[in-house]
Design a protein around this ligand. Structure first.
Ligand SMILES: Cc1cc2nc3c(=O)[nH]c(=O)nc-3n(C[C@H](O)[C@H](O)[C@H](O)COP(=O)(O)O)c2cc1C
Length: 217
């Protein structure tokens, strides 16, 4: 264990707040690229890396996103605005590239690639038949978005996660595929406010022992 790392991470997690006011001016582009690269380190089922991230830079697109998000201040103000996209068909696009790269790097040999490809297609088929493809895509996208939330303070930034938007209008503004869902909008930037901790319920109220309702201590 690394106590310093634990302490720093604990501090970062406890001090993180949803911030809705941001300082104007662009963020350092190198840092933004580093931040985005770290978000891509988020895990995804079978490492399919299917969640897409849309960086909203064009003011005309932002204006439409702002309208779709009910005019929320942070959408207008934050220098960096990201939409995390869950696309149930995303894995079909990424599987060939992931396979190609894994073969090129030697991470998979051809037999493994064939076996994994078969297993992934079978898994996705079962999920799709059960009507759960969207749910599965959402899980991966939310994990990527969570990386964005947690990484921001390490760059001196804050973030505002949002689902308060009109799904159809937002998808339209972003040109998202019909079957896709915006899992989360994330506004990021240097904070211009320091909101208080809104509190959390005690551990015993939220952690169950063995079964739902099982008393913790
Ligand atoms: C999935 C999700 C959706 C949210 N949507 C919005 C939103 O649309 N607008 C907003 O102002 N805050 C939104 N929030 C922020 C929450 O209100 C905030 O995280 C919560 O009150 C806890 O505060 P804290 O993040 O400072 O601990 C959202 C948070 C999450 C996790």
């Amino acid at each position: 264990m690394d106590p310093d790392l634990r302490e720093r991470l604990a501090e970062l997690v406890r001090a993180r707040r949803a911030v809705r006011a941001y300082r104007p001016g662009p963020l350092d582009e190198e840092l933004v690229r580093e931040y985005l690269g770290l978000i891509l380190e988020a895990p995804s089922a079978f490492n399919l890396q299917d969640p897409g991230i849309i960086r909203i830079r064009d003011p005309r697109v932002r204006a439409r996103v702002l309208a779709a998000a009910g005019g929320q201040r942070q959408v207008a103000e934050a220098p960096l605005l990201l939409a995390f996209l869950a696309d149930p068909a995303g894995w079909r696009r990424t599987l060939p590239e992931v396979t190609e790269r894994n073969l090129a790097s030697g991470y998979w040999d051809p037999a493994t690639a064939a076996e994994r490809g078969e297993r992934i297609r079978a898994f996705q088929r079962v999920r799709a038949e059960a009507g759960l493809a969207r749910e599965f895509a959402l899980r991966n996208a939310m994990i990527a978005a969570t990386y964005g939330i947690l990484l921001a303070p390490a760059f001196g930034w804050a973030s505002s996660p949002m689902t308060g938007f009109d799904d159809a209008a937002l998808k339209e503004a972003l040109g998202a595929p019909a079957e896709a869902t915006v899992a989360l909008l994330l506004a990021v930037g240097e904070p211009a406010e320091d909101p208080p901790h809104p509190g959390r319920l005690p551990l015993a109220h939220r952690v169950h022992l063995d079964r739902w309702g099982g008393a913790g201590d």
